[in-house]
Design a protein around this ligand. Structure first.
Ligand code: ATP
Length: 359
C-alpha cells in the first residue's frame, strides 16, 4: 500500500514467529530497501505491518494549526505524516525530556499557543528564576519562581483538588466532566519547567520543602485527571537519583516525550517501558534537528515526531492576545466555572478569535 511518505506492507506471520523477529531486523530492512526507516507494528494477532518511510518527513515542519477542541493541541507532525496531538483528556500527564537546545521549550510554546484561546487556566512552575515562563504571565493564572512559592502553589493545587473531589461526591459524579456545565470547574494545566530543579537540594534547610513539593506533585498526578488538573513536566534530566518522588511521578505520567538527551538514563527513564527500538531511535536524534522527539501516549505506540517551530515571540503574542481569558488564581481557587461549552460550541467560540490571531 503506498502511503504519503513511502509504503506499508502487511505480512502473515509463519508458525512460531513473533513481531519482535521483524523489529530486530527493521534496521537491516531499511538498509536493504534503501529507505529512511522501517517501523514494525502488529495490531492483529498473526500479522505484522512494516511501514517504510523513504525520506525523513520531519526535516521541515512549520505552521502551527489552530487548536479548536478543549484541552487538545496539535503540536507537530508524526513521522507517519499524521498530526502529533497532545490531548489532555485522553492522556492527562506528560513528561517532556530533552538536553539543552533539544526543543523542549519550543514544544511548551506550541502548547501554550494552542491552549491560550481555550477556556482553561494555566499555571507555571519555573525554578530557573522565572526566565522561561515570565514572558507568558499575561495568560498564566499563577506562576511560582521560588521554592517557597512552589510549595504554596502546590498546596493550593492539592486543596483545589480536594474541593473538586467534594463537589463531585456531592453531585454523585466520578469526575468533573460528569458535572453539569454550570458546575464544571475550569480545567487547570500545570506547566513545569525543569523538573529536576524541584527536587535538587542546595542545602539541608530545603529538605522539608522538597519533600512537601514531591508529595504534593505526586498527589496531583495521582488524582488530578478526574478533577481537571493536568501536568506537563519538562526536564533535561529525569533520573532516579533525583529521589523516589521522581520515579513515582514518572509512573503516573503516561504521556512520554523524549527529545535528544545527553545521558542514556534519561532516555530509559522517559521511554524505558516501551519497545527497546524506541530507545535506540531516541539515542539517534541528531543535534541538528531540534524539536525531533520520540513520543508515546495516546494509542500505546511510539512514534518519531517533530514539533512545529514556534518562536518565543509568537507565544508571547498569543498570551497577550488572550490575556482577557485568564482567570485570576483567586477565581480558580474560589471555584471559577468552565463556561458552559460543549466541544462543538467551543469550536464556534474560537472561530472569531482565530481570525484575530491569523489577521
Ligand atoms: N521543531 C523545531 N523546528 C525547528 N527549530 C526548532 C524546533 N524546536 C526547537 N527549535 C530550535 O532549537 C533551539 C533550541 O530549542 P529550545 O529552546 O526549545 O530548546 P530547549 O530544549 O528548551 O533548550 P534549553 O533547555 O536550553 O532551554 C531554538 O533555537 C529553537 O528555535
Amino acid at each position: 500500500m503506498p502511503t504519503r511518505h513511502g509504503w506499508r506492507v502487511t505480512i502473515r506471520l509463519l508458525e512460531g514467529q513473533i513481531p519482535e523477529d521483524y523489529t530486530k531486523v527493521s534496521e537491516r530492512l531499511a538498509h536493504s530497501w534503501r529507505v529512511h526507516a522501517v517501523r514494525v507494528s502488529s495490531t492483529k494477532r498473526g500479522r505484522v505491518t512494516l511501514a517504510a518511510t523513504i525520506r525523513d518527513p520531519l526535516v521541515r515542519i512549520d505552521q502551527l494549526p489552530i487548536s479548536t477542541e478543549l484541552l487538545k493541541v496539535t503540536v507537530g507532525r508524526l513521522e507517519t505524516g499524521s498530526p502529533w496531538v497532545i490531548d489532555f483528556r485522553t492522556v492527562p500527564h506528560w513528561l517532556n525530556a530533552g538536553a539543552t537546545q533539544s526543543g523542549k521549550s519550543n514544544l511548551a510554546n506550541a502548547l501554550i499557543i494552542g491552549l491560550s484561546p481555550q477556556p482553561v487556566a494555566m499555571v507555571g512552575f519555573d525554578l530557573k528564576g522565572g526566565v522561561e515562563f515570565t514572558p507568558y504571565e499575561p495568560r498564566l493564572s499563577a506562576l511560582a519562581t521560588s521554592r517557597t512559592e512552589c510549595v504554596s502553589l502546590l498546596d493550593d493545587l492539592v486543596s483545589l483538588m480536594v474541593d473538586r473531589m467534594a463537589a463531585c461526591r456531592t453531585a454523585g459524579a466520578r469526575n468533573i466532566w460528569q458535572l453539569s456545565g454550570a458546575q464544571r470547574p475550569v480545567p487547570v494545566v500545570v506547566l513545569v519547567d525543569e523538573l529536576a530543579e524541584l527536587y535538587l537540594m542546595a542545602d539541608k534547610s530545603e529538605k522539608d520543602e522538597i519533600a512537601k513539593t514531591s508529595t504534593a506533585l505526586l498527589r496531583v498526578a495521582q488524582l488530578g485527571r478526574a478533577f481537571g488538573i493536568y501536568l506537563f513536566c519538562c526536564g533535561q534530566r529525569i533520573g532516579s537519583d533525583l529521589g523516589p518522588g521522581v520515579t513515582a511521578l514518572r509512573a503516573q505520567c503516561s504521556g512520554r516525550i523524549c527529545h535528544r538527551v545527553n545521558d542514556p538514563e534519561t532516555a530509559t527513564m522517559t521511554l524505558g517501558d516501551l519497545d527497546p527500538a524506541a530507545l535506540v531511535s531516541a539515542r539517534a536524534i541528531a543535534s541538528e534537528t531540534p524539536g525531533v522527539a520520540i513520543v508515546a501516549g495516546q494509542d500505546g505506540q511510539w512514534y518519531r515526531a517533530r514539533s512545529f517551530y514556534v518562536s518565543e515571540q509568537a507565544a508571547e503574542v498569543a498570551t497577550r492576545t488572550y490575556a482577557g481569558l485568564t482567570p485570576s488564581w483567586a477565581e480558580v481557587m474560589a471555584g471559577a466555572y468552565c463556561a458552559e461549552l460543549s466541544d462543538a460550541d467551543l469550536a464556534e467560540f474560537l472561530a472569531p478569535e482565530t481570525a484575530v490571531l491569523e489577521g
